[in-house]
Design a protein. Structure first.
Length: 278
């Protein structure tokens, strides 16, 4: 059986030291001792966006040139930004324990988060990993494609929701909706509206049939080809979106709230949200 790569012991030592430093701050720094999970929520979002900004400072081809990006400081800068994200995870674990209280009284520890994540990765990647976490045989791995990985991941997520006895679909709309709630998986409530809309569209498109198809006409496509986007590139799309936002603001409308409301109504099965002129 093919085995997974051995973990670098220096990584574990570095993380252990980080945890020890944060635990010491929780016990002896007045500012850290006063923190709650709610206090940290905005920082988690902020640090994630700063990491995204660093990633988007270069294109994929530039990041692929690892020696050059290490030499010009890009990878050290990215490591620093992702370190800030990691700090938020470690800090939340520390905050789950009252200052000065024994370690065993913590609501969770970093190891708990890591163990839960590891179990989920093994469970949701059955085409690559065995139930024990080892790699599948080479001949099996050779047959795996990005598409089959994604399908397996979504299938396991659906099974997990069924076992938990819950559905991620929003409740059916009761004021003129024409269908049941749209089950497109869990979407964070505070996710920006445009990102939430993209997730709804992408997840709906994976279903057979696409539940949005009857309500949002898809672009026409030639046989065997992807439908025409209507824009030559993302820059053109971005310009059009920016112009739309400007028009909305000139009309005194909040484009973020407008799209967020529409996404919520669509998830609730209120298809009239996509036909505002009806």
């Amino acid at each position: 059986m093919t085995r997974t790569r051995t973990t670098d012991p220096s990584v574990s030592a570095s993380v252990d030291r980080l945890v020890a430093v944060v635990e010491a701050l929780r016990d002896h720094c007045p500012w850290t001792a006063a923190l709650t999970h709610a206090d940290l929520a905005e920082y988690l979002v902020e640090e994630a966006y700063e990491a995204v900004a660093e990633i988007e400072s270069r294109d994929a081809a530039a990041w692929a040139d690892v020696p050059a990006r290490r030499a010009d400081g890009a990878y050290p800068a990215l490591a620093a930004e992702l370190g800030d994200v990691l700090f938020q995870v470690v800090l939340h674990a520390a905050v789950s324990r009252a200052p000065g209280a024994p370690a065993e009284t913590a609501g969770f520890r970093l190891d708990d988060a890591a163990d839960a994540l590891t179990a989920k990765m093994i469970r949701r990647n059955p085409l690559v990993l065995t139930p024990e976490g080892g790699l599948r045989p080479a001949e099996e791995l050779a047959a795996v494609t990005p598409e089959t990985v994604e399908l397996a991941w979504e299938r396991v997520k659906t099974q997990e929701r069924a076992v938990a006895g819950c559905s991620s679909a929003a409740p059916a709309h009761d004021d003129g909706g024409t269908g049941p709630g749209l089950d497109v998986g869990d979407i964070p409530a505070r996710l920006p509206a445009l990102a939430a809309a993209a997730k709804v569209v992408d997840r709906a498109a994976r279903q057979e049939p696409d539940p949005l198809a009857a309500h949002v006409p898809a672009p026409a496509a030639e046989a065997g080809e992807r439908p025409a986007a209507g824009w030559p590139d993302e820059a053109a799309l971005g310009a059009e979106l920016f112009a739309l936002v400007r028009r909305a603001r000139a009309a005194g409308l909040d484009p973020e709230r407008a799209l967020r409301t529409t996404v919520a109504r669509v998830r609730a099965g209120d298809w009239s949200a996509l036909r505002p002129s009806d």
